[in-house]
Design a protein around this ligand. Structure first.
Ligand SMILES: [Zn+2]
Length: 449
């Protein structure tokens, strides 16, 4: 197995508050074998990483095709409906080939931003009108292929999506591409997809209590339990979902999931924005994780979720770029803290290293890769280096490198990325995808043509 040696000027190893100076990182194949701080002089055979090196970042919530909506949903002033109508128009147009090309470019953008693993919450399953492709998992296969081509790992979260309203109205128009009829038909399709590649892991999703009737939720939860797979769901993203759920079921969305035995340590509730105190207790007491996507939540005017209270109650916090309004996990991380500051008119809810944990180890764990997200012997050999000599980061305090990166760096400052021991980004350039900006422009223009 190939051996690699890196010398990081600074490294945050994934557990401690601060960063170490002069860290020798050794890997064999896809695993770290040794991580040694206080190595003052870089060994001549080690690749020098200037800046702050972190474990790989995990993007715990993505809909790859939404990347084609960026900057295109603000016509007039842009309402929630402007966004949703454009999203449906886009969903109507995608073919498996177009989807794969778009996803490859989007995942390559993620790699450039330091993301080594994506949780793809996948609901665009079928052809126009809901017609199944010859291979009913062709769209899933396109996403898995795209992640491999972009050099990152993927947890494919195949989403069950059955109805258009909480009270069970059938899918209409482009939504018909999302639907499998019922949870057992969905489970049969999902069970037939068994990709054999080291960069992929399978999980499942229930789109939301709006799109999955309560009596179908236990089947999905049972599937996840039997497979010991991650289960993700959108939860209480907007108040309207809570209102409709209470009117129809006389339960909050969280209570509905609890009744269906869908909560637990392998479950991640995405957004978790509008929760009652008892909802929060149900999530925390069951060790259910939460994934915040602040740049999407602010783009869609969802609101600000109770991140600190959820974490204090026992929920692990991960982060996602969701609709890809931007793809920058450092921006998602700082937004968790900064949004709480705006709401409470008080600073100091999360320390920088807690936000880095959300962007690394907690995100990988939420996607079923518990062996990733730290720089330690035995862990997956993922590295991300953020430059400390750009106009955004220059002048940092060496005692506070983690804070400098969390509160001031952007995806544009990422210089080097290694995924499972394999270099994917070098000096800010993707090694496997030639010109990522061109690939994005080309595939997005083709979809809208
Ligand atoms: Zn989403």
């Amino acid at each position: 197995m190939p051996l690699s040696r890196y010398w990081a000027e600074y490294a945050w190893r994934g557990t401690q508050a601060g960063a170490d100076r002069g860290v020798l990182i050794e890997a064999e194949g896809d695993r770290f074998t040794a991580v040694t701080p206080e190595v003052d002089v870089p060994p001549p055979d080690a690749v020098r990483l200037s800046g702050l090196t972190l474990p790989g970042l995990a993007n715990a919530h993505s809909h790859a095709f939404h990347r084609a909506l960026r900057g295109r949903t603000h016509a007039g002033k842009g309402t929630f409906w402007t966004w949703r109508e454009r999203m449906y128009a886009l969903a109507e147009r995608l073919t498996p080939d177009g989807y794969q090309a778009l996803a490859r470019a989007t995942f390559a953008e993620m790699a450039l931003a330091g993301i080594s693993c994506v949780g793809e919450f996948h609901y665009l399953h079928h052809g126009p009108g809901g017609t199944r492709y010859d291979d009913p998992n062709e769209m899933s296969a396109a996403l898995v292929e795209a992640a491999g081509a972009a050099g990152i790992r993927i947890t494919l979260l195949d989403a069950c999506y059955l109805t258009s309203t909480v009270d069970g109205a059938p899918l209409v128009g482009p939504q018909r591409r999302f639907g499998d009829g019922d949870a057992s038909t969905w489970a049969a399709r999902v069970g037939a997809f068994r990709p054999d590649a080291p960069h992929v892991r399978l999980g499942v999703a229930l789109h939301s209590v709006r799109a999955v009737p309560a009596d179908q939720i236990p089947d999905i939860a049972a599937w996840a339990r039997e497979e010991e797979a991650p289960l993700h769901t959108h939860l209480s993203e907007q108040r309207a979902e809570n209102v409709a759920c209470l009117a129809h079921y006389h339960r909050t969305p969280t209570e509905l999931l609890a009744d269906a035995d869908a909560l637990g340590s392998r479950t991640t509730a995405v957004h978790a924005t509008h929760l009652s105190d008892s909802d929060r207790a149900l999530l925390g007491d069951s060790d259910t994780g939460v994934c915040f996507c602040p740049t999407t939540e602010r783009d869609l005017a969802d609101g600000i979720g109770p991140a600190r209270a959820l974490v204090d109650g026992g929920s692990a916090l991960s982060l996602g770029t969701d609709s890809h309004a931007v793809i920058d996990l450092l921006e998602e991380a700082r937004a968790v803290e900064l949004d709480e500051r705006l709401r409470d008119e008080q600073r100091g809810h999360f320390a920088a290293h807690e936000l880095l944990c959300a962007a690394t180890a907690a995100g990988h764990a939420a996607l079923g890769w518990a062996d990733a997200g730290v720089l330690a012997p035995g862990a997956r050999a993922d590295l991300v280096t953020v430059r400390l000599d750009t106009v955004r980061t220059a002048g940092f305090d060496p005692a506070e490198t983690a804070a400098a990166v969390v509160f001031a760096a952007t995806a544009a400052d990422v210089s080097n990325v290694v995924v499972d021991g394999r270099p994917v980004v070098r000096d800010g350039q993707h090694i496997l995808v030639d010109d990522v900006a061109h690939a994005l422009a080309h595939t997005i223009t083709a979809v809208w043509r």
